[in-house]
Ligand binder design. Sequence first.
Ligand SMILES: CSC[C@H]1O[C@H](OP(=O)(O)O)[C@H](O)[C@@H]1O
Length: 386
Amino acid sequence: MHMLTSIRTSDGKIEIIDQLLLPHTTKYVEITSIEQAYDAIKDMKIRGAPAIASLASLAFAAYIQTGLDSAQPPAFLLSPESLSTQVIQKLDYLSGARPTAVNLGAAIRRLKAVLQSSIDAGKSVPLIAADLISEGKLIADEDFDRNKRMAEHGGEWLAELDRGSGGSGQELNVLTVCNTGSLATSGYGTALGLITYLHEQKKLGKAYYTQTAPYHQGSRLTALELKTMQVPSVMICDTMVGSLFQHHKIHAVAVGADRIARNGDTANKIGTYNAAVLAARHKIPFIVVAPISTVDLDTPDGSSIPIEHRKPLEACLVRGAVHPFEFDVEGKVRQETVMITPSGLEGIYNPSFDVTPAELITAIVTEKGVAARKEGETSFDLSGVV
Ligand SMILES: CSC[C@H]1O[C@H](OP(=O)(O)O)[C@H](O)[C@@H]1O
């Protein structure tokens, strides 16, 4: 099944799709430095918790490789101490690109741990560098297989849940929020991976998805992925979740995550909490699908998850193409960014994420399996999951 890829690498070259131009323009841009990777993440040319971690790790590995390959080794490669100082400085810089998604932080911690263990083992600078390069590539490479495992765990769990409540385990209608597919990961996706799995197994009825304003991950990205994969799907405005639940049979809500606290409170794209409250009202199972690297055991509950507030202007703009389509000199659809509000608007609230309390979450699906919240419990104990 044809999948879009958020990141592609060949012969040491790293390229990302500029997701600000999707769905009308597919443009790969080369990332040739750590600074460019930082900017691409901050500006949301690439977004999605796992994809962010993958790009940061690949750009870091390329930076170290470039140093090793240079005819005149840079100063930071002259000793383990100078290498350690430079590596920590670059990794700390990358970790500041976006605050909520913990996958980036988890990748940074992994690379720092490899640095320290290689130094403690008394390795030479070239061997320490080689360890860092292979770990950086591994962080990106392991994501795809992990997503396939999560999709199967979650898809089969959902089908069994439906059969257990008298259903057929087929024709399952699932609502998702934002974009959690190949464009948010290194391939296949998390919650959208579960939906893709159900489709592949002929167990999906329809995939429903919210537009997810103001960046419109749903309208622009999830719509493109589902259309590309020819998955039967229905787009709804963010305000229509309640009406959908009132008038249509929805078997589950499946969403991704940017950070899961120790008790199961989950930060995800703004609008997720709304869907969770309405799902509870309509007794619809609400599941979170995310790799273990999204679980942050150092954060006890959702109250201490940092929530990114994007620039107010971003809530006033919509990116797209003039309709009916107009084309530029190269015959490409003309992209436009349109302001939909009066200029100079002052009062704008623009959090990029919200936190869904664990008591509204039915189950958390990771590559290890499905952790269902225990009957009567209002939280999870994820210490045994990660
Ligand atoms: C695979 S989960 C991706 C996760 O990231 C999205 O946020 P953003 O588009 O701002 O990076 C959204 O919260 C998704 O659930």
